[in-house]
Design a protein around this ligand. Structure first.
Ligand SMILES: [Zn+2]
Length: 508
C-alpha cells in the first residue's frame, strides 16, 4: 500500500477530530483495491500499476469530498454559478481563513512518520486498523428514532397557528416595523465584542435562544413572513402555504397598510421574487437614486439603509392609513460585503470589517428609532436577523460557509421595541426570553399587542403574556442538512442521510 497508508491515517484523524464524516465500507473497499497484487510476471504490469494509481487518486478525491460537509461537487458548481461567480478576492480570503495551521501541522507530522517508517516496516495493517476502528468506536444513532421524532415535530407544528383579531374601536393604534438583518448571530456579535452593545439595551424584549431555522437568506425571509403558523419543512416553503400563515396578509385583513423595502435588489439570489411569491411581501420601495454604501459579495450594490428607512418614513407620514406595517431586509453584514470605496477590503481582517458594519448598522437604526420617537406615533419595532454570518466557523465548517445550520449560525439576537408618547427610549427593565423560540413567538406577541387596552409597557407586556410566549424545539434545516437538539445532544443529518451526534468540538 506504501504511502497510501497516510491517506487512511489522515482521514481517520480528521474524522475523530470531527472535521469530516467517514464512509466505512467505501474506505474498506478502497483499501482492498489498493492491495490487490498485480503479478510480477505480467507483461503490462507497469501499465496496470499506472492505471490503478490514476483511478486511486480520483477515488481518493471523491471519497474525501463526499466525507466533508461541503455540498456535493455538482451543487458547489451550481451555487457558484447562481451567485454570478464569486470575486477572486473573496476566494483568496476564503482559502486563507479556512486552512487551520495546527491541523495542517499534525497531518504533516503523520506524513513524515509514514515516510520514515515506510522504508522500515510494512504499514498496511495500520491503515486497516484505522479503518476498522471507526465502526468499533462509533456511537450509534438509531435513524428511525430521529425520523419519528421529526415527523412528530412537524405534525405538531402544522397544527399551530396564531390568528390576529381585528382591534376594537377603542384599541390604541400602532405601526409595526419589522427589520430583518442578514448575517448577524449572537456568536458573531460575541466574536467582535458587540453582544453587550448599548444598541441592544434599547429593546423591551430580547430573545436569547431564537432559532432562525434556516442558515440562508431567502428561506429565513419566507419563514418570517409566514410566522403565523408553526415551523414548516424547508421544501414546503417554496409552495403556497395556507393563507392563515402569511403575517402581512393577516395584518392587511385587519386594516393594516403594508410596505416593503430591501437595501439590495440581489438579482443573483432572487430575494425580492421569493419574498413576494412565497411571503406575500409588497414590491420594495424604489431606492436606485439613494446613496450607494456598499457592494455585496456578488458585486451587487447595497444602498444606504438609513436613507431607505427615512424615505419609507416620509411615505408613512404622508399616508392617511391609521395602521401601517413595514418589512425591510438589510444585507450590510453579509460575508464579502464591503464599503463602496474600499478597494483593498479583502486584505483586511474580516472581523474588523464586520465590526465596522455592525457599529454603523446599530448607529443608523438608533438614529431611525429617534426619528420615530420624535413623531409621537406608536410603533412596535421587531428586529430579527435572518441567520448568522459564521464569522468564526467551526471544526466541521469553515468561516462564511453556512450549509450546516449549526446553532452558532441560527441562534440570533431578536429584539422588540416599543416607541410612543410617554415611553422612555431605554426600558428600565428589559425582559429576556431565554427559552427556545422561533418565528411563532413573534406572531404571538403581535397578536397580544393588538388586543392590549393601552399602548404602554405595562399593558403590552403583562406577566400573563410573557409567560405564554410559545416555545419551539430546536430543528434547523436547509435543503440538505438538518440539525436537531434532543436529549441534550445535537444530532446532524447530512447529504449521506445518516444521523450522527455532533462532537462538542463542532459546537464550540
Ligand atoms: Zn441572509
Amino acid at each position: 500500500m506504501g504511502l497510501w497508508v497516510f491517506y487512511f491515517l489522515g482521514e481517520t484523524y480528521l474524522y475523530y477530530r470531527g472535521y469530516i464524516g467517514f464512509s466505512f465500507f467505501i474506505n474498506l473497499t478502497f483499501a482492498l483495491f489498493l492491495i490487490v497484487p498485480i503479478p510480477r510476471r505480467l507483461r503490462s504490469r507497469r501499465l496496470f500499476m499506472g492505471m490503478r494509481l490514476v483511478a486511486a487518486i480520483i477515488a481518493a478525491f471523491l471519497i474525501l469530498w463526499s466525507e466533508t460537509r461541503f455540498p456535493s461537487i455538482l451543487r458547489t458548481v451550481k451555487l457558484l454559478s447562481e451567485t454570478g461567480g464569486v470575486s477572486n478576492a473573496y476566494i483568496v480570503r476564503f482559502l486563507k481563513d479556512s486552512v487551520n495551521i495546527t491541523q495542517v501541522g499534525i497531518l504533516a507530522l503523520i506524513l513524515s512518520a509514514c515516510i520514515f517508517l515506510n522504508k522500515r516496516i510494512v504499514l498496511t495493517p495500520l491503515a486497516f486498523a484505522a479503518i476498522l476502528s471507526v465502526p468499533l468506536l462509533a456511537a450509534s444513532v438509531n435513524p428511525s428514532d430521529m425520523n419519528a421524532y421529526l415527523n412528530h415535530f412537524y405534525d405538531k407544528e402544522s397544527k399551530r397557528v396564531v390568528t390576529f383579531d381585528r382591534p376594537g374601536n377603542n384599541a390604541p393604534e400602532f405601526d409595526i416595523v419589522i427589520l430583518q438583518v442578514c448575517s448577524l448571530a449572537w456568536d458573531d456579535l460575541r466574536m467582535v465584542g458587540l453582544d453587550k452593545d448599548p444598541f441592544l439595551r434599547q429593546f423591551d424584549v430580547v430573545f436569547t435562544d431564537f432559532n432562525t431555522v434556516s442558515p440562508y437568506t431567502n428561506p429565513s425571509g419566507i419563514r418570517l413572513l409566514r410566522a403565523d403558523c408553526g415551523q414548516e419543512r424547508h421544501d414546503d416553503l417554496y409552495q403556497n402555504g395556507p393563507k392563515k400563515c402569511y403575517t402581512l396578509d393577516a395584518l392587511r385583513e385587519i386594516g393594516y397598510k403594508t410596505y416593503a423595502a430591501v437595501d439590495n435588489y440581489a438579482p443573483s439570489y432572487r430575494f425580492v421574487e421569493d419574498i413576494k411569491t412565497y411571503g406575500h411581501a409588497d414590491q420594495p420601495i424604489e431606492m436606485r437614486d439613494l446613496p450607494l454604501r456598499q457592494y455585496d459579495f456578488d458585486r451587487s450594490p447595497i444602498y444606504d439603509d438609513l436613507a431607505i428607512l427615512n424615505r419609507w418614513w416620509n411615505m408613512r407620514q404622508t399616508s392617511q392609513a391609521e395602521r401601517v406595517a413595514f418589512y425591510m431586509d438589510i444585507t450590510t453584514m453579509h460575508a464579502g460585503a464591503h464599503w463602496a470605496d474600499d478597494r483593498a477590503w479583502w486584505k483586511r481582517n474580516p472581523s474588523v470589517l464586520y465590526r465596522e458594519f455592525g457599529v454603523r448598522l446599530f448607529s443608523n437604526l438608533s438614529t431611525f428609532f429617534k426619528t420615530l420617537e420624535a413623531s409621537g406615533r406608536n410603533v412596535v419595532v421587531i428586529f430579527v436577523p435572518e441567520h448568522g454570518r459564521a464569522l468564526r466557523g467551526s471544526s466541521i465548517q469553515p468561516p462564511d460557509i453556512r450549509e450546516i445550520p449549526l446553532p452558532s449560525i441560527t441562534n440570533v439576537p431578536v429584539g422588540i421595541k416599543f416607541i410612543g408618547k410617554g415611553i422612555s427610549p431605554i426600558p428600565m427593565h428589559q425582559i429576556t426570553v431565554p427559552g427556545p423560540t422561533s418565528y411563532l413567538a413573534l406572531a404571538y406577541l403581535i397578536k397580544s399587542f393588538l388586543s392590549a387596552p393601552r399602548f404602554d409597557r405595562e399593558s403590552l407586556l403583562t406577566p400573563a403574556i410573557i409567560n405564554k410566549i410559545p416555545e419551539t424545539a430546536y430543528v434547523a434545516e436547509d435543503r440538505v442538512n438538518t440539525v436537531v437538539k434532543k436529549d441534550n445532544k445535537v444530532f446532524y443529518c447530512g447529504k449521506d442521510k445518516k444521523w450522527t451526534v455532533l462532537p462538542a468540538s463542532a459546537l464550540k
